[in-house]
Design a protein around this ligand. Structure first.
Ligand SMILES: CC(C)=CCC/C(C)=C/CC/C(C)=C/COP(=O)(O)OP(=O)(O)O
Length: 300
């Protein structure tokens, strides 16, 4: 097991700042409180890398309203390999650069008041990528990413099929979830061996077996019941992304959260993922806040 994770699990003191992080400091504007600075923010900064909240001045400067922040931001971090290729680097270097930017994205989400960030880290189709890349991701990259992200004090969860192929990571995913489950700051969800079709299929199988066993009737099947059986709905307080950001100029969702994205606002950035910065993130928030979400209802 990785060194940080084993130390983390042994160390009782390391849970203290993680609990502090969720102590009501996640609301934009709280940042201004001198008491908060003295009693919470100072000790927090020593342990936790995620900033929490922005000042009202900063929100106004960016033309943002705290009450209109998306609760769940989903990211398709596309373009790591192209970024590396353009620089004559290996794909592995591109993924390393992407890992840093994903960490930055967590910081932005925590700072700007987003509650959940989900990242499409490896799809059910990504196994068909070159063998060397898949081996690198599965035997080194994701383990280091999880180890590093656990230091941020976020609650961490993973969605995706763990029944096969994720063998080398399974125990680590379980431990990361177990040891961060009481953190009340940002909720980071990584989709690993995940696909929207997989999620709908596993929900369908569960529902079918309940009908077969007589636990429910065919007539009981509706949107709400399907919702309940999706992986996201079992672990995320805000299961449906409000805002989906995809980098690299591709205009598709590539089998991510197909059901959950039904009424999400989509935002596409031409930049490759390792180039995404806070200005791009704030531009996505601004665009989101200017949208009129109607959920199929009439324009007022
Ligand atoms: C930062 C981070 C965690 C990186 C992990 C590296 C990695 C494997 C990223 C892939 C992200 C993904 C599932 C993109 C979807 O496009 P696609 O390429 O699967 O589908 P497409 O062929 O439709 O573009």
């Amino acid at each position: 097991m990785c060194s940080f994770l084993s130390k983390y699990l042994r160390s009782k003191t390391s849970t203290l700042p993680l609990q502090l992080q969720g102590g009501g400091a996640g609301v934009a504007g709280d940042f201004n409180s001198p008491i908060l600075h003295k009693n919470l923010m100072m000790p927090l900064r020593q342990f936790c890398k995620l900033p929490i909240g922005v000042s009202i001045e900063e929100l106004l400067r960016e033309g943002l309203q705290p009450e209109l922040m998306p609760k769940h931001v989903a990211i398709i971090p596309d373009g790591n390999r192209r970024w590396a290729k353009e620089r004559g680097l290996t794909p592995e270097k591109g993924h390393e650069a992407g890992k840093k930017v994903l960490g930055d994205l967590c910081r932005y989400c925590s700072k700007w008041g987003v509650k959940v960030v989900s990242a499409y880290a490896f799809s059910t189709e990504n196994w068909s990528r070159p063998k060397g890349e898949v081996t690198f991701l599965m035997t080194s990259y994701f383990e280091r990413l999880i180890e590093e992200f656990m230091r941020y004090g976020m609650k961490m969860s993973f969605i995706g099929d763990r029944s096969n192929r994720l063998n080398s990571l399974k125990e680590m995913l379980r431990l990361a979830e177990e040891s961060t489950k009481d953190n009340t700051g940002l909720h980071f969800v990584a989709a690993l061996n995940y696909g929207g079709r997989y999620d709908i299929t596993q929900a369908t199988k569960t529902i079918a077996s309940k009908v077969k066993d007589g636990v429910i009737q065919l007539e009981d099947i509706n949107d709400k019941l399907i919702d309940q059986e999706l992986e996201t709905n079992k672990i995320i307080e805000y299961p449906n992304p409000d805002l989906l950001i995809r980098t690299s100029g591709e205009l598709r969702i590539s089998n991510y959260m197909l059901w959950q994205l039904a009424y999400s606002e989509l935002y596409f950035v031409d930049k490759l993922f390792p180039q995404l910065d806070e200005d791009d993130f704030v531009a996505a928030l601004r665009s989101f806040q200017q949208r009129q979400r109607r959920y199929g209802g009439h324009k007022i």
